[in-house]
Design a protein around this ligand. Sequence first.
Ligand code: PEP
Ligand code: MG
Length: 577
Amino acid sequence: MAIGTAYCIHQIFVDPNTQRLEDAEVNAELAQYEAARERSVGDLRALQAKVESQVGHNEAAIFAVHESILRDAAFKDRIRQWIVKDRLTAQAALHRLLNEYASLFARTKDEYLRDRLNDVRDVVVRLSARLTKVLKPQSSPLAGPLIIVTDELLPSQAIALGDIDVKGIVTQTGSQTSHAAIIARSRGIPAVSGILGILRQVKTGDTVIVDGRDGHVTINPDSETKSAYRKLEREFFLLKDELAANRGAPAATADGQPLELLANINNVADAKAAKAMGATGVGLFRTEYLYLTHRSVPNEQEQLTAYREIVKAAPNHTVTIRTLDLGGDKTAPYLGHQYTEANPFMGWRSIRLSFEHPEFFLVQLRAILRAAAYAHELGGQIRIMFPMITTLEEIHRVRKMVRRACRQLQDESKPFRAVQLGMMLEVPAAAISIRTLVTEVDFVSIGSNDLVQYLMAADRDNPKVSHLCQPLAPPVLHLLTDVVRACSEAKKPLTLCGEMAGQPRSFALLLGMGLRSFSMSPSFIPTMKDLATHLTVTDAGEILQRALKLKTTARVRQYMRKQLATIAPNLALLETD
Ligand code: PEP
Ligand code: MG
């Protein structure tokens, strides 16, 4: 959470000047436009180098895409033509271009394509700013810390924010897959999105509180609220410092039962954060991000390079790589997502999509198996897990694909290493048949985000049904208890990598079920490590037994809040009710 002064960015970058050029002005206007374009290319190159060194190679790639838009012949020719033939000023030509693209893209429901419109808009804004010689909003006389309030944060703006004292971000639109959201997250800036109409309610200079815990934004709070939040903010900092001290200590319960705390990552920067936060490995590498930042499917060499970079940066060079989990809300046009599904989360997503694209799936498997040889060289290891497994046949099918990839690599004399193969448990049907499925895999990882949404039939991204999509719901707890028991009886390693692994109340209950391996956002690791030191295995077991007798989610929540207040009062401020 953060408190700061609002800085509102309205969409006023391009001036739709309707005035026509005189004949004598055309050449000068063209020259000015070309100069602005050249300088914009220079800006983008500098940004790319900066992001590459500060954040990572994949995040920097977007600026190369922007450069290619600037160099695109169609883009260049149209602007030139409008200046020369229609006598438009360069600014007005840019405005016309943006409008054309916007109406073209307006008809698409495809989130990925809409993000590409943002890339075009970003380039136009940059050019326009170069034309008027104002580049960034930071000529603002406002003193930090600032809370940026905007419709949608553009990727290059998110990067430029690194130079200003930005404490929080609020956007009217945006999604978790837009580049800006990903960059903000990796910088640890609290960001709340989807606050429709906020630009009409807040103005630059207002005081704003962003509470990333529950997605709350408060405008011009009264002095009581403000001082309560200031106090909370101080406590957060103290807690963070205090907890960070446990970085090097092994994770264990109060009675010395060792635990495995792993990290969920999307990129190399996250892998570095995982190490800094004391994770002992990566429990979930979401490979979609690699695909979403490419214009087409990344080839085997590109994937191999990316996986090696991750392995190199990861704690103990140990990484569980999840194969492509596109579909649902994450779509890529080049994988056939041109049409809209009525129920995308129950449709053609994840492993189902990979099966229909064996040529791409095989490339990913080959790249991972080759990277596994590198991990082994460094003393670590790679495991592969498959998302959204629903049936036994699917497990047989992925095993067959992996065998095929190994055979190919062997025939080509390319170094690779056989790896453990696991399933993500995200579908209730798979949870019910876990005793059959578990015998056919080397390990299991519970994807509780999806498991809870499917079990409760409540979309995880829809605030209207969030009261149902709850990890502490009694049916969820009963099902998880059974899954943990089944995997333990089968002596198969089990991890949980959904959001609940990093939530104190759920963590304590999972510990009580007998779970010993957890994978979460790197920033939650110090907190869960601390919480474990307050709990013995017996205590956690007793807490779970009592929780399993409660009949409503509200009662479980209330019960767990009270338990945690007694067990670990220092962590109470991390959860809102
Ligand atoms: C999950 O479903 O719990 C999970 C970890 O995967 P994702 O959040 O990427 O769907
Ligand atoms: Mg999932």
